[in-house]
Structure formats: C-alpha cells, structure tokens
Ligand binder design. Structure first.
Ligand SMILES: [Cu+2]
Length: 177
C-alpha cells in the first residue's frame, strides 16, 4: 500500500467509525454528553469537592394554587471559583429535579427528555428530589458565565421551574449570601 492509498484507507475507516459512534450514542444513550467535562464547555464548572465548600445556597421548590412551579430564589449571584452547596428542599406535592447547565445544554436536553419522558437522571449536575424531601448538589464554578437551573420533568420548566445563576469575579457584599 503506498502512502496515498494508506491515508485514503485511514480516512475511510475513520469516517465509518464516526458513523458507527453516531448511530450508537447519537441523541440516544448519552443524552447529557458530560458537556461540563469538555474543554470547550469549561464555563459550566465541575462537581465540587465537599471538603472545599465555600458557600451554601438554600433553594426551595414550591407549587402555587394557580399551577405555577417555582424555585426560590430564582436568580443567584455566585463568585467565580467558589464551591457551592445547593441545599434544595422540595416543598411541593410533586417530585421535581434540579438540573444545572448552560442554556444550550438545557435546550438540547429538554428536547431529549421530551422523547424519553421516563428517564432517570444520575448526572453529577442534576439531582432528583421527591415531594417533601431535601437533597443537595455541590458544584465548583470555574468561569464568569450565566447558567440556568431547571426542572426538566415534562411541563415543569414551562410552569416556571427555571432560574439563572450569574457567575462573576466581583460580587457586591449583598450578593455573597
Ligand atoms: Cu419539577
């Protein structure tokens, strides 16, 4: 095999590998794509070390008589580099979840959830919380960015279950919580 033929064969085998990988995982089996682990998605941060927690943010999940579902608070300032423990209490009658991600990732994920409504999350950036229960998520914020937290159960984001996290390197004292 000469060099040109070899390169051609290599290209062909790589492109067929690409096809196989796409068919295997595609939008199907790996919905969360571990986006936070990829260099070009660095801004979301990474799971935080419990021993390094610098701040606790308490969040309540509530349902209103008129059918709204809410996170309280729904806007949180966080200092870049901090390791935050989100202590989340589900005060509602329904089960909910807290999913942290970039706006793009959440939009993609929401579409996936629509096609697979029964899926359970076990991602490090998400936690499911049954009615009346509390749970927590520890996250390290690495870069200045805006992130979203949502409940991705069908219809819940539309009913109000979303909030914004603003990560900045300078916070006013009143924003530090
Ligand atoms: Cu919910």
């Amino acid at each position: 095999m000469n060099t040109a033929t070899y390169i051609l064969a290599l290209c062909l085998s790589m492109s067929s590998m690409g096809t196989v990988a796409q068919a295997g995982s595609g939008k199907g089996q790996e919905p969360h794509s571990k986006a936070f682990a990829l260099p070009d998605h660095e801004p979301i941060g990474k799971p935080g070390d419990v021993a390094s927690i610098t701040r606790t943010v308490e969040i309540s999940i509530k349902e209103t008589a008129s059918g709204y579902m809410l996170f309280e608070p729904d806007a949180i300032h966080i200092e870049k580099g901090s390791v935050v423990r989100f202590a989340i209490s589900n005060l509602g009658a329904l089960d909910h979840e807290f999913f942290l991600g970039s706006f793009d990732e959440i939009a993609e994920h929401k579409q996936w959830m629509r096609e697979h409504p029964d899926m359970q999350h076990d991602d490090p950036n998400a936690v499911s919380i049954a009615s009346g229960q509390s749970d927590e998520l520890v996250w390290q914020f690495s870069a200045m960015t805006n992130l979203e937290f949502v409940c991705l159960l069908p219809g819940h984001r539309e009913a109000g279950m979303w909030g914004v996290i603003m990560v900045h390197d300078h916070l006013a004292p009143k924003s530090k919580g």
